[in-house]
Design a protein. Structure first.
Length: 188
């Protein structure tokens, strides 16, 4: 774990010890990690930094949340971190998977894709190779696109609000998964 933290010290800078440990364990765990915190404890900050590290490690990440607002907040946070990165550091290439762009904040619509039609298998393969992070709501798990390949990591945000049937799909789509949430929030 120490080597991971040393290699990513520039991205982990400014986080407290527990936040750093949460990120480090998420990448070094065998199959899953849970990040639990009360509102305002920095869970979205942790997720956004995990995504910056994912680019560095060349990992394919699926980020799913309970609703569009949750996903949009994470994308805004990622964009904020990417703006702070040195120009020589590659930026995460991401897509917001949704059925229609009107569901997404208007400033983020340029990143949307329905991921339902591709001209060819090569076009689909190229799209997957060129994209690091795929953002979607848990209801998007039914999009057949997500059955095309396995992710290195799935991050399920606001996990305490997601029902079990909607959480099973994303978890099975990745080698490892991270559940992020607040245990003080009651399930629906």
């Amino acid at each position: 774990m120490q080597a991971f933290e040393t290699e990513n010290a520039d991205i982990l800078e400014g986080l407290n010890e527990e936040q750093v440990r949460g990120i480090s364990r998420s990448y070094t765990c065998k199959d899953y990690q849970m990040i639990i915190g009360v509102p305002g404890s920095g869970k979205h900050e942790i997720v956004s930094r995990m995504l910056v590290i994912a680019r560095r490690l060349k990992k394919k990440v699926l980020v799913m949340g309970i609703n569009n607002q949750t996903i949009d907040k994470l994308i805004f946070r990622l964009l904020k971190h990417q703006a702070k990165q040195p120009t020589e550091e590659p930026r995460s290439r991401f897509v917001r998977v949704c059925s229609t762009s009107t569901q997404v904040h208007k400033k983020l619509r340029q990143y949307t894709n329905t991921c339902q039609r591709f001209e060819s298998l090569k076009a689909l393969d190229d799209f997957i190779k060129e994209t690091d992070v795929f953002f979607a709501t848990t209801m998007s798990v039914f999009n057949t696109f997500f059955g095309c390949f396995k992710f290195d990591l799935c991050i399920l945000d606001e996990a305490s609000l997601v029902t079990e049937p909607l959480s099973i799909g994303p978890v099975l789509m990745a080698e490892k998964f991270v559940m992020v949430g607040d245990y003080y929030i009651l399930n629906p």
